[in-house]
Design a protein around this ligand. Structure first.
Ligand code: KIV
Ligand code: ZN
Length: 394
């Protein structure tokens, strides 16, 4: 099977840090960056160099220690910003300058207060300036998904001609649907004459919960880089989540025909580290890294899992570095799951009658409580005879 390599561009330390309530110091950025390097992400966007002296120093610190991933910093399309950005990443073994300028009518008119021609001129000048420092230049057409396609095509052609090696088409406000977002890539790759000279990149926000789907659809339409964050943290509703993208491409390689270099077994640890450092708790039902992602509670599911885990799991917990799947007991659980959980606590039932009696007690407790602890389970067999010698019931 022919597969395409997808470059994973992690922006946890830049767009992720733009989440209201997150502020990472240099030490924390370095710790996360080293984890990202171990995860084998291709590009780490370490920050926005011009935003503060502390941010500049933090990017420099990351650039100095990371050896295996390209280190990138965001910059406005302004020459003095680019100079500072280039300096911040200059210590890296491999560095990239990432320039952003908006291309949608609403951003150009109200935010930039510039004409489209003026914006285009600015962009070309900025890219040419950045090329003095690096051959690896990314240009982001901010709000690309709400830009006029014909203007965007002309714009992309010019920034590639000026030396941009990666062109990103952000869905900055999380507005696009997968069909529309994918079509934007098909269109630009078709009509831009020098499209083959740059890597096209997807950058999606999650305002309508479509960031991951949009990013994945982009790969089907020719995007070869995806920008994402650990746990999907980022502005407003966040960015596309790295772990979901990586595992979707990995698990459905038959469909997407794409691969990443990410060490999937480190995803759970990566998620926990980012959660711990940022204080952003991961919701229990979060795909891939949520506490319940590999837990099964209902009787029908537990029974299936005990017979063959493939009945209710499309990937193993081990693949993402999580503990083995868990059977969690609740009021929907069945006898088989109950017996297995009791066995893991050292309780073997001597007879079916004992099991029935304990199971009935268990249902009474489960009706009252959303989650049961080991003590609740052990209470179901208190006073019973004929438990196995492993039993530690008083
Ligand atoms: O969402 C966005 O458009 C961005 C740019 C700054 C790249 O994050
Ligand atoms: Zn963004």
């Amino acid at each position: 099977m022919n597969t395409e390599k997808i470059i994973i561009f992690d922006t946890t330390l830049r767009d992720g840090e733009q989440s209201p309530g997150i502020n990472l110091d240099a030490g924390e950025k370095v710790e996360i960056a080293l984890m990202l390097e171990g995860l084998k992400v291709d590009v780490i966007e370490a920050g926005f160099a011009v935003s503060s002296p502390g941010e500049f120093d933090a990017i420099k610190a990351v650039a100095d220690v990371v050896k295996d991933s390209t280190i990138c910093s965001l910059s406005r399309a302004v020459e003095r910003d680019i100079d500072l950005t280039a300096e911040a990443v200059s210590g890296a073994a491999s560095s990239r300058i990432h320039i952003v300028l908006a291309t949608s009518p609403i951003h150009m008119k109200y935010k930039l207060q510039m004409t489209p021609e003026n914006v285009l001129e600015h962009a070309v000048r900025a890219v040419a300036h950045a090329r003095r420092y690096s051959e690896d230049i990314e240009f982001s057409c901010e709000d690309a998904s709400r830009s006029e396609p014909e203007f965007l095509a002309r714009f992309v052609e010019q920034v590639i001609k000026a030396g941009a090696t990666t062109v990103s088409l952000p869905d900055t406000v999380g507005y696009a649907t997968p069909y529309e977002y994918g079509k934007l890539f098909t269109y630009l790759r078709d009509v831009v004459p020098n499209a083959d000279k740059a890597v096209f990149s997807a950058h999606c926000h999650n305002d309508l919960g479509m960031a991951v789907s949009n990013s994945l659809e982009a790969t089907r339409q020719g995007a070869r880089q995806i920008e994402c964050t650990i746990n999907g943290i980022g502005e407003r509703a966040g960015n596309a989540s790295l772990e979901e993208i990586v595992m979707a491409l990995h698990t459905r390689e038959d469909f997407f025909r794409c691969q990443t270099s990410v060490e999937t077994r480190r995803l759970t640890a990566a998620s926990r580290l980012v959660s711990e450092i940022t204080g952003f708790v991961v919701q229990p039902n979060k795909a891939i890294v949520g506490r319940n992602a590999f837990s099964h509670q209902s009787g029908i599911h537990q029974d299936g899992m005990l017979k063959n885990p493939l009945t209710y799991q499309i990937m193993t917990a081990a693949e993402v570095g999580a503990d083995e799947y868990r059977l969690v007991l609740g009021k929907n659980s069945g006898r088989n799951g109950f017996r297995m959980c009791m066995r893991s606590l050292g309780v073997e039932f001597g007879s079916d009658a004992d099991l029935d009696r304990a199971f009935s007690r268990f249902k009474d407790i489960a009706d009252q409580k959303a989650s049961l602890c080991d003590e609740d389970l052990l209470a179901t067999v208190v006073g019973m005879e004929a438990l196995s010698r492993e039993s530690h019931i008083a």
